[in-house]
Design a protein around this ligand. Structure first.
Ligand SMILES: Cc1ncc(COP(=O)(O)O)c(C=O)c1O
Length: 395
């Protein structure tokens, strides 16, 4: 029996100097929250992405909530977004009371597109959430053109595609707002949790910072006594908006600063891995991978494919079962179309006209995947897949 291969819970291991950065921050003892590391991480990340401003947050979900709050989304507004995504792409917008409208995916890229968004636009549509899912950048120019025409706010969910380019620009600099995740299972992780919000407009960056830490904000006027009326002010971030606490810790930011320096190299190695495994599986016509359109970079957060079944009717579930039970390769299904889940049904968003999403979900398979898998493991994994598909064809 061969050893089980399954998805790694930590996608990219830290280098010794990145581990050292944690100790440095702890030992310097300046502060462990909202200090110089966070400020430097925001500046360096913003420059890396090429956006107006960047605001560090405790995770991408918190960042997406800030996008919803700053945009003034409210009951009666409509938000267009994919059902085929991780739950965090939708909850922050549903929480505002706005109506969620599920857009279908393109069957080849498996992402939403201007073509699938347009039919859902009404006079109430306020926002589109574009998810660069699995690490592939969506075709943003037509989406932005459509959004400008209808005056829609565009939020990019870049959780799975940090560093990816679109026609020479990085994702996160294309829409009005964007969010990145540094969760343990992302291409880069800041000690398990962390996130960054990027914004086109600098003023919104200031508002995000006022919202991010309970309205704690320095007094802007000069005071005679530093302790009066109290150490710091507590402000209303913007008319009618309550603040919250979405701060990112300093050791996490220190690690993030080092990781963005090698993000391009990490992505390049994941791309090389993807080329290798796709090459090894190229002669299995039942498997098809995401189509990468011109100008849309893929940074391979995940290695997902569609399995169309063998001529004899063997389906995706047969393949996953066989791979798991006989070939010790544990594959999974990502993602459950959100409208089919209990959560969204209970809130009244349990219906959608998304045939491509349904068809993809029922046939998709996600292979174990992480940074630096190495050729030997990729070859072993490909052999197990090839053998299992061969066996299904014969059975
Ligand atoms: C597409 C997508 N959006 C948002 C998130 C939320 O990220 P976080 O865990 O940092 O809140 C994730 C995380 O898995 C994700 O995959």
């Amino acid at each position: 029996m061969r050893g089980m291969i399954e998805m790694a819970a930590i996608q990219t291991r830290l280098l010794p100097e990145e581990e050292q950065a944690v100790l440095r921050v702890l030992r310097e003892g300046k502060t462990l929250s909202t200090g110089p590391e966070g400020a430097a991480f925001e500046k360096e990340f913003g420059e890396f992405i090429g956006c107006g401003d960047a605001v560090a947050v405790c995770n991408a979900t918190a960042g997406l909530e800030l996008c919803a709050v700053i945009s003034g989304l409210k009951k009666g507004d409509e938000v267009i977004l994919p059902a085929h995504t991780f739950v965090s792409s939708a909850v922050p917008f549903g929480r505002t009371g706005a109506t969620l409208k599920w857009a279908d995916i393109d069957p080849d890229t498996r992402l939403i597109s201007a073509k699938t968004i347009e039919p859902l636009i009404t006079s109430r549509t306020r926002m589109v959430v574009v998810v660069h899912l699995y690490g592939l950048c969506a075709d943003m120019d037509p989406i932005m053109e459509l959004a400008r025409k209808h005056r829609l706010v565009v939020v990019e969910d870049c959780a799975q595609a940090p560093g990816a380019h679109y026609r020479g620009r990085r994702v996160g600099s294309l829409g009005d707002f964007a969010c990145f995740s540094f969760h343990t299972q992302k291409n880069i992780t800041t000690l398990g949790e962390g996130g960054m919000m990027t914004l086109k407009d600098k003023q919104n960056g200031t508002l995000a910072r006022r919202l991010r830490w309970m309205g704690n904000w320095p007094f802007e006027e000069k005071r005679e006594n530093y302790w009066k009326p109290a150490m710091g002010n507590i402000v209303e971030p913007a008319p009618g908006l309550w603040p919250s606490n979405y701060c990112m810790a300093e050791p996490n930011c220190a690690v993030g600063r080092l990781l963005i320096k090698r993000l391009d190299a990490i992505n390049a190695s994941r791309q090389a891995q993807a080329k290798k495994i796709k090459g090894l599986l190229a002669d299995i016509p039942e498997l098809s991978f995401q189509k990468i359109n011109d100008g849309c970079e893929h940074v391979f957060h995940l290695m997902s494919a569609r399995f169309d079944g063998t001529k004899d009717g063997k389906r995706r579930d047969d393949l996953i079962k066989l791979l798991h039970e006989k070939y010790s390769l544990k594959c999974i299904v990502q993602y459950w179309p959100l409208y089919r889940s209990e959560l969204f049904s209970k809130f009244g968003f349990g219906k959608a006209e998304v045939p491509n999403t349904d068809q993809f979900f029922d046939n998709m398979i996600s292979f174990p995947w992480w940074s630096d898998m190495g050729n030997e493991l990729l070859e072993d994994m490909a052999e197990r897949i090839r053998d299992a598909v061969g066996e299904l064809r014969e059975s």
